[in-house]
Design a protein around this ligand. Structure first.
Ligand code: FMN
Length: 161
C-alpha cells in the first residue's frame, strides 16, 4: 500500500455487542469498507442474567432505566484522531441505544468526525436511538443510521456508500 492509499483509510467501525449479533454485522461492514474495527468492551462483561429484560432488577434493566448510567468501558482505542468517519454499532435495548454507547461517545473526542450509526434488534427500528443520540450530543455530526438485521452483501455495500 502506498502512503497515499494509507491516508485514505480513515474509517473505523466500532461496536458494542452483548451476544454477538452486532459483532457479525460490524465485521461485515469493516470488511466491505476496508475499515479498521474496534470493539467497545465493557469493563464488566454482560452475563445472560444481566441481559434478562424480563427481570426488572437485571443489570441491563437497571442501566436502561437510568439514562445517566454510564457502564465503564475499556479504553482500547489509542488513535481515534486518525479517523474521519466512525461507525458505531449496537443492539437496540428498550427501543434505544444501550447507555454504554453514551460512555463510548463521552470517552473520546468525536467532534468533527462523520458518525454513522447501525444497530441490530429483535424487530425495533433504529430511529429512536438515532434521535436520542442526536439530542444528547447536538454538536456531533451524525450523518446516517440504519438497522441492519442479517444484512445481505448488497445492503452492506449500499450502507457504506
Ligand atoms: C436488555 C435487552 C433489551 C432489548 N430490547 C429490545 C427492543 O427494545 N427491541 C428489539 O427489537 N430488540 C430488543 N432486544 C434484542 C436485541 O436488540 C437483539 O437481540 C440484538 O440483535 C442483540 O445484539 P447483540 O448480540 O450484538 O448483543 C433487547 C435485548 C436485550 C438484551
Amino acid at each position: 500500500m502506498t502512503n497515499d492509499q494509507k491516508k485514505e483509510t480513515k474509517v473505523l467501525v466500532t461496536y458494542f455487542s452483548a451476544s454477538g449479533v452486532t459483532r457479525g454485522v460490524a465485521e461485515k461492514i469493516a470488511k466491505a469498507a476496508n475499515a479498521d474495527i474496534a470493539e467497545i468492551v465493557p469493563e464488566k462483561r454482560y452475563t445472560d442474567a444481566d441481559l434478562n429484560w424480563q427481570d426488572k432488577n437485571s443489570r441491563s434493566s437497571v442501566e436502561m432505566k437510568d439514562k445517566s448510567s454510564r457502564p465503564a468501558i475499556k479504553k482500547n482505542i489509542s488513535n481515534i484522531g486518525d479517523y474521519e468517519t466512525i461507525y458505531i454499532g449496537f443492539p437496540i435495548w428498550w427501543y434505544t441505544a444501550p447507555t454504554i454507547i453514551n460512555t463510548f461517545i463521552e470517552s473520546y473526542d468525536l467532534s468533527g468526525k462523520n458518525i454513522v450509526l447501525f444497530a441490530t434488534s429483535g424487530g425495533s427500528g433504529i430511529d429512536r436511538a438515532a434521535r436520542d443520540l442526536k439530542a444528547s450530543y447536538p454538536n456531533l455530526n451524525f450523518i446516517k443510521s440504519a438497522l441492519l438485521n442479517s444484512p445481505s452483501d448488497d445492503e452492506v455495500k449500499n450502507f457504506i456508500k
